[in-house]
Design a protein around this ligand. Structure first.
Ligand SMILES: *[C@@H]1O[C@H](CO)[C@@H](O)[C@H](O)[C@H]1NC(C)=O
Ligand SMILES: *[C@@H]1O[C@H](CO)[C@@H](O)[C@H](O)[C@H]1NC(C)=O
Ligand SMILES: *[C@@H]1O[C@H](CO)[C@@H](O)[C@H](O)[C@H]1NC(C)=O
Ligand SMILES: *[C@@H]1O[C@H](CO)[C@@H](O)[C@H](O)[C@H]1NC(C)=O
Length: 410
């Protein structure tokens, strides 16, 4: 009798476990199915992808007539893999900043680029008008797509209000850009001071477990934000900064991520909502915190690149603490906390303004580099100004190289 009872209770336990498994699977499926476009169905291919329907259709190339041929050439089959994919999310007042970032990428890079610009509907025409107004010799370097902002349907409010509006969009890029193998995501407040190909080529240096590359949030654990204040797990000693994030999306879509919620690995798209639910009260920096939590449990997936690939005011406001920048110059400048637009860090603002005011096709040294150096010479009363020759070191070299390759006047 005892034996029967035991067998019976064992059966019940197994049945319950299977039910739990089925339900959790069902939840994950409905979460995926809930991924839907929020706004009007501008781009059918995107909407299809969201509902989990395999689609070979490529996103619409938004380009002027004269550009169609160029865009086609850049993205023709076989060649597609060679163009560097750059993504940015621009909401609210950020589209001017995003366009200036794209300008730095287009001016300095020699390899074909494809821009994925995620923006609120009302910004689309502004962005397209700005990019279409650039001269043909610059437009020949890139094609672009403007995507609507989209979130998982049922938690739209929560996602879109996390941190800054739309910032969490970036978490969904592996699911939205299903046809894209790898992607460089940057915040709008970023400026390239070196060609994009230099960071893009880091992808080929990933070992077999790495699938993202980012810089540490801070160089010094004793004064770093995460190690002092965060109320959730974070990557490494100081956390990582997600403002410049290189991703192998193919690997992100395939990987199983270890986590503190289930004993089995979860796929990226299964991981996000449970993480948000668990940590939403403890999150300060929005999606960057989610990224830190994920990679806290999966450190072998991260390729950390040095601070000069994501150089922020933190690296100079109290004196220089980014040694690679001292040695090789700054490669990517990240003006977080609005420093490109305020007078708090005039050296950062000077670089932003120099790119913004540079007229395409004019002599890069006379109309860009020298005025920039002069402006930076006027900022040496600040700590960042004192080290602003780090900003122009690599930039000067690349600008001279491009100058040799580009015929004057385009
Ligand atoms: C990304 O990872 C996939 C799968 O490992 C690989 O086939 C692909 O070549 C990688 N992409 C790049 C640009 O390295
Ligand atoms: C959130 O922060 C509180 C206070 O520090 C902590 O007790 C709690 O465990 C944290 N929650 C999670 C899910 O880590
Ligand atoms: C890849 O590099 C990371 C970071 O250095 C490391 O943690 C991981 O073990 C490496 N993976 C392999 C397969 O060597
Ligand atoms: C900026 O200052 C440096 C050092 O004083 C000087 O060599 C350089 O010529 C100045 N550049 C401009 C454009 O004024």
């Amino acid at each position: 009798m005892r034996v029967y009872l035991r067998t019976f209770s064992l059966c019940i336990v197994i049945a319950l476990l299977s039910l739990v498994f089925l339900f959790s699977k069902h939840d994950a499926e409905s979460f995926k199915a809930g991924l839907k476009q929020v706004r009007a169905p501008l781009e059918p291919s995107v909407a299809k992808n969201f509902n989990g329907v395999k689609s070979k259709q490529r996103p619409t190339v938004t380009a002027s007539h004269s550009l169609r041929n160029v865009a086609h050439k850049v993205n023709s089959p076989g060649k597609r893999e060679t163009s560097m994919q750059l993504a940015v999310v621009a909401c609210g007042e950020r589209h001017g900043e995003a366009v200036n970032m794209l300008k730095t990428a287009a001016v300095l890079s020699s390899r074909a680029l494809r821009f994925h610009i995620f923006a609120e509907e009302q910004l689309h025409s502004n962005i397209k008008t700005a990019l279409d107004s650039w001269p043909a010799f610059i437009r020949a370097k890139f094609s672009y797509v403007v995507h609507p902002i989209s979130f998982p349907h049922e938690n739209h409010e929560e996602w879109s209000q996390l941190f800054k509006p739309c910032a969490s969009q970036r978490l969904f890029l592996p699911m939205i850009l299903k046809e894209v193998d790898s992607l460089l995501y940057v915040d709008t407040d970023v400026l390239f001071l070196q060609p994009v190909e230099l960071i893009w080529d880091m992808l080929t240096h990933f070992n077999s477990t790495q699938l993202v590359a980012m810089a540490p949030e801070h160089e010094e654990p004793r004064i770093a934000w995460y190690s002092r204040f965060s109320r959730h797990p974070y990557y490494g000693k100081t956390g990582i900064n997600s403002g410049v994030m290189l991703m192998n999306l193919t690997r992100m879509r395939m990987a199983q991520f270890k986590n503190d919620m289930t004993s089995v690995g979860l796929r990226w798209d299964e991981l996000l909502m449970p993480l948000l639910q668990k940590y939403k009260l403890n999150i300060t920096w929005g999606d960057q915190d989610i990224i830190n939590i994920i990679f806290h449990y999966n450190p072998e997936m991260v390729f950390t690149f040095p601070c000069h690939w994501n150089y922020r005011p933190d690296h100079c406001i109290y004196g220089s603490n980014c040694i690679p920048a001292e040695e090789e110059g700054v490669f990517i400048l990240h003006g977080n906390r609005g420093v490109f637009h305020s007078d708090k860090q005039p050296a950062f603002k000077a670089v932003y303004d120099a790119f913004k005011h540079y007229p395409f096709g004019e002599d890069l040294i006379a109309s860009f580099l020298l005025p920039l150096e002069a402006a930076l010479n006027g900022t040496t009363h600040t700590y960042c100004g004192k080290v602003s020759h780090f900003f122009t070191r690599g930039l000067g070299k690349s600008v001279r190289k491009i100058q040799r390759m580009t015929p004057v006047g385009g």
